[in-house]
Design a protein around this ligand. Structure first.
Ligand code: ADP
Length: 456
């Protein structure tokens, strides 16, 4: 007895679970079995019913021909020539008739002579009493038997030739009627239906293959989403964990700098400045990573309120003034002259304005940074314009992508994460606003935020 190996059994169990967990595949498989089964059953029913009907019709036809011939044959039983001519004519006119013979009983004997036949070679030969003849003798209707020769089915019908007042028996009519034509039609219909079935099964298999592919795509998408979630979790966890030691480092650095009796030589003092600068950069990176993880994990609560943005922007500009002075850049604020109210999160608006001013100062060597506000239709516009290095139109298209930084001669020595503009864009978008950029390389850049204005 063939037993499944462990490996085969394992494959079988896994396939079973796969189908069980994915109902769509189960339905398709069931369809793949049910459709052909229904087809076969239908064919089988039609075959049987149609076959029976055709057989019966053909049999009745044979019996009818013999009925018609019977009276004539009785009258002409002694006129062999006439009978032969009639038999030949009937055979000629009816292609389904394979053979037609008239037998006459030999006087006083249980034997018969062929006196007319569609097969003229048999005329004059003797035929002994067969079962068919014995039955036909007893049965008024005659006897019909289904037979087969050379792969074709036919009816063999035998009927006694009787007549006169005494209903005397003078001989037998024997006829074979072919079923080849209805059988061929039937076979043709069946083979056509099998072709249709093959096409249906093929279509089903293709649909299934497609479903499996879609399922695989869905599964890999699920896996990708899981990996993405893990990445978010990792960023969130790593930035949180980094923040604590970083705060400690910064705190101790401040303490160290404030110490009066440190007595550092110039070189050591430069080292300390570098450590402080690096710790600031590290802090910036960790803060950006935390913001990214909050935004991606939808842990970014916003507190909306209606407020006049002017004091807040003024405050942001002032916060950045020392940086501007350090770089020798002019920092100017030109506010919209009329009062205006926006609906947004105050701290987040301040954060994005500071971020844009920070970038403008960072990417400008000489000239100025101007912050202007305006009202256009139902939006409030905050524009930060600089006379800095500018951004080419190709780079502008990628600017708001995560981690994207312009890489060229002028930006080579400027450090950054490439996260600031993405965070700004996402924050503004969540406040139902928009950020746009206009810039000419070597001339300067204008970053504009528009926020929904509250109509009074
Ligand atoms: P980064 O930390 O690199 O500044 P951002 O997301 O803030 O990251 O900015 C992405 C890139 O866009 C920067 O690397 C810089 O090349 C360019 N960029 C941003 N602001 C300006 C600006 N005001 N002028 C010129 N280039 C800018």
């Amino acid at each position: 007895m063939a037993v499944l190996t462990k490996k085969e059994l394992d494959i079988f169990i896994r396939a079973f679970h796969y189908i069980k967990d994915n109902a769509v595949i189960g339905y398709s498989l069931a369809l793949l079995l049910l459709v052909p089964a229904a087809f076969f059953y239908n064919n089988y029913r039609i075959n049987i019913k149609y076959g029976e009907a055709i057989d019966e019709i053909t049999r009745q036809k044979a019996v009818l021909v013999e009925d018609v011939l019977n009276k004539y044959a009785y009258e002409k039983i002694n006129d062999r020539e006439d009978l032969q001519e009639t038999v030949s004519r009937i055979k000629l006119d009816n292609y389904e008739i394979l053979s037609l013979s008239i037998l006459k009983q030999k006087e006083g004997q249980a034997a018969y002579e062929v006196i007319a036949s569609s097969n003229q070679e048999t005329v004059g030969t003797e035929v002994s009493e067969s079962n068919q003849i014995i039955f036909a003798q007893k049965n008024k209707e005659g006897i019909a038997q289904l037979d087969e020769a050379a792969g074709s089915r036919f009816w063999r019908v035998t009927k006694a030739i009787r007549g006169g007042d005494e209903n005397e028996l003078v001989g037998f009519l024997e006829m074979s009627l072919s079923l080849a034509e209805p059988d061929a039609t039937m076979n043709e219909a069946i083979s056509l239906s099998y072709k249709v079935l093959a096409i249906v099964v093929l279509v089903l298999v293709l649909i299934m293959a497609n479903q499996i592919r879609l399922l695989e795509i869905a599964l890999s998408l699920n896996r990708l989403m899981e990996v993405d979630k893990m990445k978010d979790m990792f960023i969130s966890m790593a930035s949180h964990e980094l923040r604590a030691p970083l705060t400690a480092i910064k705190g101790y650095l401040e303490l160290l700098r404030e110490k009066d009796n440190l007595n550092l030589d110039d070189e050591s003092s430069r080292y300390l400045d570098n450590i402080v600068a690096s710790s600031h950069r590290l802090e910036h990176l960790v803060e950006d990573m935390l913001e990214v993880s909050r935004l991606e994990g939808n842990r970014f609560p916003l507190e909306f309120s209606d407020f006049d943005p002017d004091p807040l922007i003024k405050q942001s500009v002032e916060e950045m003034r020392s940086q501007a002075i350090k770089k020798g850049l002019a920092l100017e604020y030109i506010p919209y002259p009329l009062p205006a109210t926006v609906r947004a999160d105050t701290s987040r608006v301040k954060q994005v304005v500071v971020n844009l001013i920070g970038n403008a100062l960072k990417y400008t060597e000489k000239g100025s940074v101007k912050v202007t506000t305006a009202v256009k239709k139902d939006t409030f516009l905050i524009t930060v314009a600089d006379t800095g290095i500018g951004i080419s139109s190709e780079e502008q298209a990628n600017l708001f992508q995560k981690f994207y930084r312009v890489k060229n001669e002028k930006t080579r020595d400027i450090s950054g994460t490439g996260l600031g503009l993405w965070i700004t864009m996402e924050t503004v978008r969540r406040m139902k606003g928009k950020i746009t950029v206009e810039s000419i390389e070597g001339v300067g850049s204008h970053f504009t935020i528009n926020l929904p204005l509250v109509k009074k």
